[in-house]
Design a protein around this ligand. Structure first.
Ligand code: ZN
Ligand code: FE
Length: 258
């Protein structure tokens, strides 16, 4: 088994560090310095870097970390990723800590989740999801390169994972997202409860993530495009919204201007 440690970076990014014995991997190291400090503090060796997509806040530290630590770099073949050694398309199973000397080497399934970017990947292992800027706490990423149909399909794919999956997204956006979620579904009791829980965590300076997929399915409007209340709210902005993709598109457009 291994431990998952959030490393805050920039204003609101999380770099996720997975530790197994004295070996570590990191997901989306936008900055090398806080990762190096954490490795040093815990006495860990960095074996692997997983990158979800090409944006600088997710891969800005890859070059330095790879050069200093000799770690393998896994990431989307379809995007420009610094020092990429293991190009992925989605559909693979990877063992990023194989050879680290532990019997329990984690296997990850690589999921293609286009939408935020064209080649965006998510990494999944039983109980753990690392989804970059695709699924956020109570929200989802902006559509920079993909279509609403692609993003809706990617979110459907993630939403189908087991409910107890811990959702490790790359940003602390949950509070802002919950304000929007409440505008969409003011009468959702689980959503109201989540607003209180997250406010209490943030008031103590604690991360609001990871959440669980069950929580996201119950409170994240972008995973609820088949709910009558969400469809009705989307139609106020976009009267033609009907199927899950057009409802998703209407919500995303509404959120962009929220
Ligand atoms: Zn991004
Ligand atoms: Fe980002």
């Amino acid at each position: 088994m291994f431990e998952v440690i959030p490393i805050p970076a920039f204003r609101d990014n999380y770099i996720w560090l997975l530790r197994q014995g004295k070996s570590a991997l990191v997901v989306d190291p936008g900055d090398a310095a806080p990762v190096l400090a954490t490795l040093d503090r815990l006495g860990l060796t960095l074996r692997a870097i997983l990158v979800t997509h090409h944006h600088a806040d997710h891969q800005g530290g890859v070059g330095e970390l790879a050069a200093r630590c000799g770690a393998e770099v896994f990431g989307p073949a379809a995007e420009s990723i610094t020092a990429l050694t293991r190009p992925l398309a989605g559909g693979e199973t990877i063992r990023p800590l194989a050879g680290a000397g532990d019997a329990d080497d984690p296997d990850f399934a690589v999921l293609a989740v286009p939408g935020h970017t064209r080649g965006h990947l998510a990494y999944y292992r039983k109980g753990l999801l690392f989804c970059g800027d695709t699924l956020f706490g109570a929200g989802c990423g902006r559509l920079f390169e993909g279509t609403p149909a692609q993003m809706a399909a990617s979110l459907d794919r993630l939403a189908a994972l087991p409910g107890d999956t811990a959702v490790h997204c790359a940003h602390e956006y949950t509070e802002q997202n919950l304000r929007f979620a409440l505008a969409v579904e003011p009468d959702n009791p689980l959503l109201r409860r989540r607003v209180e829980t997250v406010a209490a965590l943030r008031a103590r300076g604690l991360p609001s993530v990871p959440s669980t997929l069950a929580e996201e399915r119950a409170t994240n409007p972008f995973l609820r495009c088949r709910e009558p209340a969400v469809i009705a709210a989307a139609r106020i902005r976009a009267p033609d919204a009907a199927d899950p993709v057009t409802v998703f598109a209407a919500l995303r457009a509404w959120r962009n201007g929220f």
